[in-house]
Structure formats: C-alpha cells, structure tokens
Design a binder for this molecule. Sequence first.
Ligand SMILES: [Cu+2]
Length: 139
Amino acid sequence: MFKYFFLAILWLPSLVIADSTLVSFSNGWIKQLPPVVPMRAGYMQIENTGEKEQTIIAIQSEQFERVEMHETKMSDGMMQMEELYNLVIPAKSSVELKPGGKHLMLITPTVSLEVGDTVDITVTFSDETAQRVQLKIKP
Ligand SMILES: [Cu+2]
C-alpha cells in the first residue's frame, strides 16, 4: 500500500491525462450517507475495449482525503472488506464496481457533499496514464 502511494506521488508531475485511453468509465455514483459517517462507497462500470489488460493502481480525489479500492467478501458468515492494491481490467472486458462486491471506499470528505453533487476522481493506471472520472452523489 505504502509503496504504491509513494509511487503515485512521484508520478504526479508527469501524469498524462490520456483522452485516447481504451478504458471507459460509466454510471459512476456514490451512496449518500449522513455527514457524521466518515466514509462513502462508490460504484462504477469500467470497460476496457483494448487488446491489453489495464491495471488501476491508484485513485485520488480532492473531495476526499483518501480513496481506496475494496472488495466485500463473506468470511465466517461475516461481511468483510479487503483493500485491493490494484484492479485489473482484462482486455476486451469490463469490471463492475457494485454494492456487495468491488467498490471504491472514499474516506473523509474534505467538503460537504449533497445528493446531486459531482465528485471528481483521478484514476491512475500502471502505465502512468490517468483519467478523470465523475461520480454523482445519489440517495
Ligand atoms: Cu469498503
């Protein structure tokens, strides 16, 4: 975790915001929760139309102190969340972040967020390209 975070910081000045990337994001949303709850779960559909697999290694947002990738799993009859340090989108396929499965964990909002607001995240891939994605706050 620390290593990836450190690398992500090192890469920041040279980030290429790639419009031509073959990965597309859709239906991004965040479940609204009372302001006292310090975390929000985020979901989206990620599609890779390219011939090569793509790996997401970091996600950041100015509206949250930290964004992690998580997977919800059942273990001993309990729902547990595990942090994912990278998320592979296989060639010619898609991955859905959805309730009860893989999701974004957006930790500690830095601004107040209302239903209907948009949250911008920056998704960084292992090839050092990045894309901006918008998520809508929904009830
Ligand atoms: Cu989580």
